[in-house]
Structure formats: structure tokens, C-alpha cells
Design a protein around this ligand. Structure first.
Ligand code: PLP
Length: 440
């Protein structure tokens, strides 16, 4: 397909769907050959020229070479300042360990960065073409609420969420079924795998022809680009605090490897970093791969850091394209942390620093402490804190004996109106229900 707008073309990792514009790549999500989109050229960002007086002004400087000369040229600055209007504090937690808190958006996980920005970019594109879209997502964790909140009320877009009844926490369910304009939650009588199977079937089954479906999972390049921003923010913060003398390593609690991939793209565009560390829970495919490149994807294991329970990371394909095997090991170290070690780390961090780390962040902190003990890492480290501890009150209670203070956005949801539809995991029933709900 020929793209009208200029700017870096986007190509599939599998090589036969090429030359798409950024807008086309966002609208398509997955390439037609089943691959993931990557920019053909990664633009250079000059660290010294960024205006760091606020997160948004820095973000606009970082994104300028990605966004100018695309169809979003006239709109992206306002989109970024509207989507990313929440604080991103960098907090010292222990000796030379800093936490970059990415959970101050409306649904309290880092997924707000990608979902809110992507939603507005897609909405902007649809406003020009006059088309409508249904975003279909299966969720067991933070993606569903970030997508529901990020896409709610965007003209031209409706959201259909599928989640397993009994398979999400009370706080998560509260976030999913809060009534929002254009959002239709379905509580499926089945497992998360049933939900994912329904989404896959929806994109191939003939019952669905005519429904304008899209996805918003972390394979979408529109989610990855805004995720570069907090890497720049956190790293430059530490470089500046040390009078420019120290460049930190960055530790990323990882599942599908989308977050790590965004950090790597930021680095390839000029962001200084001493190295990346991918911190996994018992879902350790990437750790095994780095030791032995013939390792295969594994089955998903359930853990207390459940947003990282991924046996087959979807962004692995993209990461390998960006960093071939001989460079992968030079830029990235990896580790796996058990549930027991995660709980122990939450306890210890609270006792020593009075800091409540959520289970995902604790996996990251544990990884750093272990790497230091074994002499594999030195210098300052920035740990990406992916979720607010209040999303996991039971685990925090178990580990540290404390109930994290409930942020106002979460408390408010208790009294907000709710709605959802109960449904069997049946493809025809779902198609009919979606037609009914969306009127499309
Ligand atoms: C999604 C998520 C992750 C994993 O991020 P990936 O981009 O899939 O590697 C980690 N922590 C939390 C809290 C998440 O919601």
C-alpha cells in the first residue's frame, strides 16, 4: 500500500508489509503478514536540546522527529499534552536505586502512557477519514482498564472488553466495569485463554465480516512510541542530579517485552544508558533464551506479579530485529524472580525505606539487588515502577503488613455506576452482542 504522508515509513518484522505511514501502522496494529511494525529509520534526538522544564515539554522534544511530517503534524503536540498530563516522579528508594513511578495516570499502571496517546492518535486519524472502529481487547490485568479509560469518549471509537469472570482481582474488575462512554465490558464465563481465543477468532471468523475491528495490545507501535518518553525523563533526571557524571542502568519489569522494546528504541535514537536489565518472574523465556538461543517459548505460569505472566512474549520478534543476537547480550541482562523472593523484597524495601513497592516493581528491585551481590552490576539504577501498590492490596498486606493508601481515582470508582454483560465463550453469541451494543 502506498502512503500519502511523508515521515519515516514503517515496515513489518516479517518483511512483506512495508512502507506504511505511522497512521496506517497504528490503525492496522498487526501487519498483514503477521509481523510487527518498526520504523525503517530511527530518528536521532539530541539530548542536550531537550527542554526538561516539564514532562510534556520534554516529551514534545523527543517526539518531534517522529511526528513532524506525518499526518499528525498539526495535532500531535496537543494530543501529547492532553494524554500525558500526570506526574512522573523519580524517587530514591535505596542506595543508588531510583524508582521511576509510572503509575500516576488514571488507571494506575504504565499502560496509561501508551493507551491514552494511541487512542487520541487513532481518533485524530478517524476524524479525517470519517471511519468508525471497534477496539476489541481480551484482558486479565492492566491493559483492559488502560484501554477502556484511554479510548472512552473518543469520537469514532467504541471499545469491547472481554475478561474472565472470577479471573481478575476486585480492584481490577471495579476498573473494568465502571461505566464509560463507548465502552462495553463482557464478563466471559470462562478463562483468560477463552477470551483470547474469542479475540483471535473474531479477526478470522466469517460471522464478523463487516465489523470494523481493531486491537490495542502492546504490539501496536502507537503504544510503544509514547513509552519511550519516561525512559528519557528518568534517565536525564539522574544524569542531571549527578552533574552529568553518571549514566544509569535501567531495570524493566517485563512480560510481553513491549516496555523494554520502547526503552531500546529510545536508546537507539540517542538516549544515554549504561545498559538494560529485563526483570522477569517465573515466566522466564527471555532469561533462558539469553543463555541458550535455541530455547523455546514456555507455557504461562501464574504468579503474584500477574501482569508479567507471559510465556510467549509478543514483542520478542521486534526486539530481535532491533538488536541482533550478538548485540542483545551486550545491551541487555536478564533474571527471573520467584514469588517468594518478590514478597521478601516487598517486606525488606518497606522495612528499610518505608516504601511500598507493588509486586511488579519488587521483581525489578530484587533483580538489581541480586545482580549487585553477584558483582554483575554497579552504578545508579533506575527501576521502572509499572503499577501502583494499591492495585494489589492483598499482596501488600501479605508482604509488608500494610494496606497501601487508596488513591482518589480508585476510591471514586467505588461509587461510580457500573455496567457489564455476562456471556458464554461462544463466538456467534459474542458477534451478536457486539452488533447489538455498538449498533455497527
Ligand atoms: C503490562 C505490565 C508489565 C509488562 O510489560 P510488558 O510491556 O508486557 O513487558 C509489567 N508490569 C505491569 C504492572 C504491567 O501492567
Amino acid at each position: 500500500m502506498q502512503s500519502q504522508s511523508q515521515g519515516t515509513p514503517y515496515d513489518s518484522t516479517r518483511g512483506s508489509d512495508t512502507g506504511r505511514s505511522l497512521g496506517e501502522a497504528i490503525e492496522a496494529g498487526l501487519a498483514v503478514d503477521g509481523g510487527l511494525f518498526l520504523p525503517r529509520v530511527i530518528p536521532t534526538v539530541e539530548a542536550g536540546e531537550l527542554d526538561r522544564s516539564s514532562f510534556v515539554s520534554m516529551a514534545q522534544g523527543v517526539l518531534q522527529p517522529w511526528m513532524d511530517a506525518t499526518e499528525f503534524e498539526g495535532s500531535w503536540r496537543a494530543i501529547v499534552s492532553d494524554a500525558l498530563s500526570f506526574p512522573v516522579p523519580v524517587v530514591p528508594v535505596q542506595d543508588d536505586i531510583f524508582v521511576c513511578e509510572l503509575f500516576h495516570g488514571p488507571t494506575l499502571s504504565f499502560k496509561d502512557f501508551g493507551a491514552r496517546t494511541m487512542a487520541r492518535l487513532l481518533g485524530d486519524r478517524l476524524s479525517r477519514t470519517g471511519e468508525e472502529r471497534i477496539i476489541l481487547v481480551a484482558t486479565s490485568g492492566d491493559t483492559g482498564s488502560a484501554v477502556a479509560d484511554g479510548f472512552a469518549g473518543i469520537p469514532g471509537i467504541q471499545v469491547v472488553l472481554l475478561y474472565p469472570g472470577g479471573g481478575v482481582s476486585e480492584v481490577q474488575e471495579r476498573q473494568l466495569i465502571t461505566k464509560r462512554p463507548g465502552v462495553h465490558p463482557f464478563r466471559i464465563r470462562g478463562s483468560f485463554d477463552d477470551c483470547q481465543r474469542l479475540v483471535k477468532a473474531a479477526f478470522t471468523h466469517k460471522t464478523w465480516s463487516g465489523l470494523p475491528l481493531s486491537t490495542a495490545n502492546s504490539i501496536n507501535i502507537g503504544r510503544l512510541l509514547p513509552q519511550m518518553l519516561y525512559y528519557w525523563w528518568g534517565v536525564l533526571n539522574i544524569v542531571e542530579a549527578s552533574d552529568g557524571g553518571l549514566v544509569p542502568s535501567v531495570c524493566v519489569p517485563s512480560g510481553n517485552l513491549g516496555n523494554l522494546t520502547a526503552g531500546v528504541i529510545a536508546h537507539l535514537s540517542g538516549m544515554p544508558v549504561a545498559g538494560f536489565h529485563a526483570a522477569h518472574n517465573s515466566n522466564d523465556f527471555f532469561v533462558r533464551y539469553m543463555n541458550d538461543s535455541s530455547s523455546a517459548f514456555g507455557a504461562t505460569v501464574r504468579t503474584i506479579s500477574n501482569a508479567m505472566d507471559v510465556g510467549a512474549p509478543s514483542n520478542f520478534e521486534r526486539l530481535r530485529m532491533l538488536l541482533p543476537d550478538h548485540l542483545l547480550g551486550r545491551h541487555i541482562s536478564t533474571s527471573a524472580t520467584s514469588d517468594e523472593e518478590t514478597l521478601q523484597t516487598m517486606t525488606k524495601v518497606f522495612q528499610q525505606s518505608c516504601y511500598v513497592a507493588d509486586p511488579h516493581t519488587a521483581v525489578g528491585i530484587h533483580a538489581i539487588e541480586e545482580a549487585r551481590r553477584e558483582g554483575r552490576m554497579d552504578g545508579p539504577v533506575l527501576v521502572m515502577s509499572t503499577a501502583h501498590p494499591a492495585k494489589f492490596p492483598d499482596t501488600c498486606e501479605r508482604a509488608a503488613g500494610i494496606t497501601p493508601e487508596e488513591p482518589e481515582v480508585l476510591a471514586r470508582l467505588k461509587h461510580a455506576p457500573k455496567h457489564w454483560t455476562d456471556l458464554d465463550p461462544d463466538i456467534s453469541a459474542l458477534a451478536e452482542a457486539i452488533r447489538l451494543k455498538t449498533g455497527l
